[in-house]
Ligand binder design. Structure first.
Ligand SMILES: Nc1ncnc2c1ncn2[C@@H]1O[C@H](COP(=O)(O)OP(=O)(O)OP(=O)(O)O)[C@@H](O)[C@H]1O
Length: 227
């Protein structure tokens, strides 16, 4: 489902004498349907960079990143947008929303964008919000004024609303209490059971051990690292 082959990535700092920083070379990773792979490695090793390359936010200098058969490195912007709508979800650490949109709409939006029946989309959103213990009185309000933990749970609900075949998870359990952390781990397990291919960054070691099938240390892809 996710097939990364020989990817390299460097950054050119145009405001600093065009200094070139090589951060990744020969990165390869295969994630099968139903599998969850955790990216590890010291701070600065390139975990977030690899996630952004998979999502198409950073363009790889070489190599291929196949997600559901589409090579993100070669794809047109509209193909990447379609991939993000239909195939590849991304649960980032922070919720970014348009102000004044009610929480239930924020969560239902990925389904509505796919043309789902509005009542069914809203019902799915409400079920997720209730599972993640967001009180019903908040569903009609914009999440912009919610607490950090509430926003993170809204973000997770939104990320799991559509049954994406592939998912990127950036510290999905960070700063959650034990009960909500358990719900998120269940959602991840359910996604795996329906065949989602998942790549994630989990600093929560217990969570990683429970839901991840494999760990890949991205330090191996640092330029100059022994193969
Ligand atoms: N947009 C960018 N411009 C320049 N350098 C960048 C950019 N993004 C990342 N880097 C560099 O790439 C390297 C890898 O960063 P990255 O954020 O991927 O590491 P990480 O493993 O996710 O770290 P952490 O665990 O601290 O979040 C770092 O040296 C970082 O400075």
């Amino acid at each position: 489902m996710i097939d990364i082959r020989d990817v390299s990535k460097s950054f050119t700092l145009h405001n600093q004498g065009s200094a070139v920083i090589r951060v990744m070379e020969g990165a390869s990773l295969h994630v099968a349907p139903g599998e969850c792979v955790a990216l590890t490695g010291a701070s600065g090793a390139g975990k977030s960079t690899l996630m952004r390359v998979i999502y198409g936010n950073y363009l790889a200098a070489s190599g291929s990143v196949l997600v559901g058969g589409l090579d993100v490195v070669q794809a047109e912007p509209r193909e990447i947008l379609q991939l993000r709508r239909e195939v590849l979800g991304y649960v980032s650490q922070f919720l970014r929303v348009v102000p004044r949109v009610p929480t239930v709409e924020v969560v239902a939006e990925p389904l509505l964008a796919l043309g789902a029946d509005p009542d069914a989309a809203r019902a799915r959103a409400e079920a997720l919000l209730s599972r993640l213990n967001i009180p019903e009185r908040l569903w009609k309000l914009s999440p912009t004024t919610f607490s950090g933990g509430e926003q993170q749970r809204v973000n997770i609900a939104r990320g799991f609303a559509h049954a994406y075949p592939a998912l990127l998870l950036d510290e999905p359990t960070a700063s959650l209490d034990a009960a909500n952390r358990a719900v998120v781990l269940e959602l991840i397990e359910e996604a795996k059971a329906r065949g989602a291919a998942i790549v994630g960054i989990f600093h929560d070691v217990e969570a990683r051990a429970r839901v991840c099938d494999r760990v890949v240390d991205v330090s191996a892809f640092t330029p100059g690292a022994a193969a």
